[in-house]
Design a protein around this ligand. Structure first.
Ligand code: DC
Length: 219
């Protein structure tokens, strides 16, 4: 069984995808983590200067990037280093949408993601899982929520980790990312025709979870 959970940033996709993964005992894959891993690699290697990505430099070095998830913790390893915490930093969030719009980056990540689908089943969250990565997924959900609710959730998450950021910076980052993700030419963020839309603005995590498992059971 393949379940695709797509949608806007900070709508609760990964929280719910992890809960489904536990419930059905099938692996969870966070597709955005791979785009974040490549963004972190680009920052570390100074491919981003003055806010601009040096595409040629990244293209030349992309074959060095080896990424895998720890099956127990879900942590991302980039060339054998645990980067789970680093890829969530504000600097990575700032540039990840730009990097995710680059054609050879998407081709690279798409190949990695499809390989993971060769296993028995999986739950993947992202932006184009139901439209491009697994268009034949058994279940497709598309998450949305109001920008303020999303920014509030992300703000709580970031400040709880002790990182300094303002509510407005979080909100702006989400809005800019949504715009870049939705307007890019390649595999833009959009609801697959056959995806079920879930607005999580006024729902608790458990209410969303209940809705998802009832929907899956009914099919
Ligand atoms: O889910 P996330 O916020 O960690 O994703 C980070 C970025 O990666 C997001 O802004 C867009 C990009 N992304 C994508 O283009 N396609 C995916 N399937 C997953 C993420």
């Amino acid at each position: 069984m393949i379940i695709a959970v797509d949608g806007f940033a900070a709508t609760g996709k990964s929280t719910l995808a992890k809960m489904l993964s536990k419930h059905y005992e099938i692996p969870f894959v966070d597709s955005g983590a791979l785009y974040r891993g490549i963004t972190f690699f680009s920052i570390e290697n100074d491919f981003i200067k003055g806010g601009e990505l040096d595409q040629d430099a990244l293209r030349t070095r992309l074959s060095e990037v080896k990424m895998k998830f720890d099956p127990q913790t879900g942590d991302l390893y980039l060339n054998d280093k645990n980067v789970a915490e680093k890829i969530r930093r504000a600097e990575v969030s700032e540039y990840v949408s730009t990097i995710a719009a680059v054609d050879f980056v998407r081709a690279f990540v798409l190949r990695e993601l499809r390989q993971m689908g060769n296993q028995n089943g999986l739950i993947m969250d992202g932006r184009d899982v139901g439209t491009v990565v697994f268009p034949d997924a058994d279940f497709k959900f598309f998450f949305n929520a109001s920008p303020e609710v999303r920014a509030e959730r992300r703000f709580e998450e970031i400040t709880a980790k002790g990182q300094k950021i303002t509510f407005d910076e979080v909100l702006q980052n989400l809005l800019i990312r949504d715009k870049t993700d939705s307007e890019r030419d390649l595999a833009p963020l959009k609801k697959a025709e056959d995806a079920i839309e879930v607005d999580t603005s006024n729902l608790t995590i458990n209410q969303v979870f209940g809705f998802l498992i009832r929907t899956i059971a009914l099919k």
